[in-house]
Structures are given as C-alpha cells and as structure tokens.
Design a protein around this ligand. Structure first.
Ligand code: SAM
Length: 397
C-alpha cells in the first residue's frame, strides 16, 4: 500500500494517515511516498513497515552504518545531521508548548558537536563465540566490527574481542573521555586473558578484578573524575563539558550559599560548580556513584561538598534555606513528592537537566505556579538517536 509521510513523531518515526487512522512507519521521512505493509494493528493506531521508498526526501542519507535497521541502537541514521538537530529542537519546542505552555522564544538553539564516535560506553552481548548487539526486539546477536556511535578506542576493543575464542555473555566497555584509559567488564570466559589484560587499564571478568587499577579517570574542563564499572557517567565524550558549562554559567556570580545537586551520579556537576558556591549537598541512590563521588571530592581537593546515598524522595524533606537546586533525574523525571518539596523549599532558582522533554514538560507544568521558565537549552548529547537533553533554568516567581 502506498502512503505519504506527513511528519515525524517524537521517536523519529514517519506518520501517515490511512483512512484517518494514524500509522507509524520507521525509517521514513516527511513528504516521502512509501510502499508499506501493516505489521501491527491496534484500535487507535497501526504500525507499518517500509517495503520501498517510491519518492525519496532530499534530506535522506543512506549507507553510513551496515547494521542500521538491524541493531535498533539508532533511529535517525537516515536523516542528515542538520535535519536531525532541527527535529530535536522542534520536538523540545512543541512538547514544552503543548504540555507546559512555554513560549518558543524561551528555547535556545540546539548545541551539538560531532555526529560520530562520540560515546564512551557500549554494552555488547554474546552467544556461541560471537559478540555484537541484539537484533531489534530479539535476543539474536548481530556481530559488529564497528559502531558509529562509540569512540575508536572502543571500536578497536570490539574488533580485538570478536577475534578471540570466547564464551562471552555480556561485555561492557568504557573509556575515559580523552580515550587514554579503557575499562572492560566481561561476563563469561575468553581464551587469551593475558593479551586482553595488556590492552586494558581495568579488566573485570565475572566480577573479579584482574588489574590493580579499579576505575578509570576522565577529565571534564579543569576537573578530574574517577569512574567505576557500576557508576553512572555521561556518555558523550566532549559535549558533556558544554552541558556542565551551561549549569555553571547559570550559577556564576550569584553568590549562592547552599545548593543541592539531586541525582548527582558521581558528583560531577556539584564538583564542577564547587568554586562558585559556599556549600553543596549531592544525593544519589547508587552506592557505587556515591563511593566515586567521595573519591572525586578528594581528587579535586573540594571541601565544600558532601554526598548522601539514598533516594532523593527519602531525603528531600530534610532541607530548608537552599538558594538553588540542580536536578538531573532519569527519564522518568521528578516524582510528585520531590516536586512538592521543591515548591516547599522554594529555592531562588532550579536548574533542571533533563534527558526526556516529555517528563520535563510535565514537571514544568506542575511547577508553573511557583516558578517561571527563563530559558531552555537543548543539547544533542545522543546523535543518530531520537534522544535529546535539555538544561532548563527556572526562577522563583
Ligand atoms: C541522568 S543521571 C545524572 C547523573 C549526574 N548528574 C551526571 O551528570 O553524571 C541520573 C542519576 O539519578 C540516580 N537516581 C535515579 N533515581 C534516583 C532516585 N530516586 N533517588 C536518587 N538517585 C536516583 C541514578 O543513579 C543516576 O546516577
């Protein structure tokens, strides 16, 4: 069946209307005429699969990754980078307008850098001696030699591991942002462990450390951070600095006394801004994150920051007289208790770092009686995927 693609949805899928019913079709672009087959029928929508692009969009690009449409890691490889960035800015603009009534003028231009080789982490799976990425929505392995998203040091390690005799179930590979250090954690077995050990700064096999070094060290701006295998770390090698600079620039010169860094991970943002405020308290529920955060505090000789290992919602009612609260929650956004306490604590400023504009707009709507949105800056932290990060500055009304 031939359809015309009208626009993209928030996941980068083409939208067509067939007898007034919405149909989502991956790997298609606005204004394309596409021959599709319906692969799922639901009461309110259908899912289509593109068999042939009959009239191609001028913004379509092809052939950059041999595994595209197989592994499911990327959604926007078929669209040129300018249009990808435009799609993400429009997505933020539309969601914030529809759900939180934020005017377009408040949304800054999207910040972006390299489209390729930007990630510092990958998780691969293995079966019968082959390692790779899971085929879209299955447990079948697509063997890979290179991923366009991860840096070249990780790609070299992928090639090395895939040529070794192995019974790997899962492997996590992480590097420092300048690619100088690499950490590999394997579940399973590999024949040539000594050879692998020579290539790694940190090697972990079935939770046992085979190296004396237990974490890698990465730099962001003039700060250094330890990162263990189970800790959260921003995945973009270079754009993270710009994201943290946006937070820093919002805080600079305001002489804040007490600042909360909620969902603080390994303490990265709090430490990054530590010279600009009197006191910071970071909270994160992941034990490994907080262990690293305390080491990072020492590493950077910062003595005005402390960390709490607990859920934010368990501790948020303990605070008052806070000037600024930075939140960087997971995709689910802020829970209702935390939102209510943000209103009760009523800091002068909230800096909301968000990796999902849908939950961001829900939370901004809820905070709107007490807080005014000053500006929102989108960051393309995850090129080739539909994901977009935002830093949003809210001032007390
Ligand atoms: C998007 S990361 C942000 C980390 C950090 N701000 C950074 O830039 O590296 C979200 C963090 O929230 C933590 N987290 C998730 N839910 C939480 C909760 N309910 N309470 C405390 N921490 C939570 C996770 O462990 C993770 O480190």
């Amino acid at each position: 069946m031939e359809v015309k693609i009208e626009k993209l949805d928030n996941y980068g899928r083409g939208i067509a209307y067939i007898n007034n019913k919405i149909c989502f079709i991956e790997n298609t672009l606005p204004n394309e005429i596409v021959d599709i087959k319906i692969i799922e029928e639901h009461s309110k929508y259908n899912i289509g699969y593109p068999i042939k692009i009959i009239e191609e969009s001028p913004i379509r690009i092809e052939g950059e990754c041999p595994y595209y449409n197989l592994c499911g890691g990327c959604n926007l490889n078929h669209i040129c980078y300018n249009e990808e960035n435009k799609f993400k800015k429009d997505k933020v603009k539309n969601l914030l307008k529809i759900y939180a009534n934020i005017e377009e003028e408040k949304i800054n231009n999207i910040i972006y850098q390299d489209r390729n080789y930007y990630r510092n982490k990958i998780t691969l799976h293995g079966k019968e001696g082959t390692i790779g990425l899971f085929k879209n929505n299955t447990n079948d392995i697509i063997p890979i030699q290179e991923c366009l998203l991860v840096n070249q040091k990780i790609n070299e390690m992928i090639r090395f591991l895939s040529h070794q005799e192995n019974e790997i179930e899962e492997v996590i590979i992480k590097t420092s942002n300048d690619n100088s250090e690499i950490m590999v954690s394997i579940k399973g077995t590999i024949a040539n462990v000594e050879e692998l050990k020579k290539k790694c700064n940190v090697l972990i096999i079935n939770d046992n450390y085979l190296t004396t070094q237990k974490e890698i060290t990465t730099s962001i701006g003039n700060k250094k951070y330890y990162e263990s295998i189970n800790s959260f770390f921003q995945v973009n090698n270079t754009l993270t600095k710009e994201l943290y600079d946006e937070v820093l620039n919002n805080i600079k010169g305001k002489n804040y006394n007490k600042v909360l860094d909620l969902y603080c991970g390994t303490g990265t943002i709090g430490i990054y801004i530590s010279e600009e405020v009197q006191e910071i308290i970071g909270i994160d529920y992941n034990k490994s994150n907080i262990e690293d955060a305390n080491k990072n505090k020492e590493l950077n000789h910062v003595d005005n920051i402390s960390f709490i290992c607990d859920k934010v919602e368990n501790k948020i009612d303990n605070f008052k007289d806070i000037d600024c609260i930075i939140v960087d929650p997971p995709r689910a956004g802020l829970d209702s208790k935390t939102r209510n306490y943000l209103k009760k604590i009523f800091p002068k400023e909230i800096i909301y770092v968000s990796c999902d504009p849908v939950t961001l707009s829900r939370d901004l709507k809820d905070l709107e009686t007490n807080y005014q949105v000053k500006k929102v800056t989108p960051f393309n932290m995850f090129p080739r995927t539909y994901h977009v990060e935002c830093v949003c500055l809210l001032m007390k009304k």
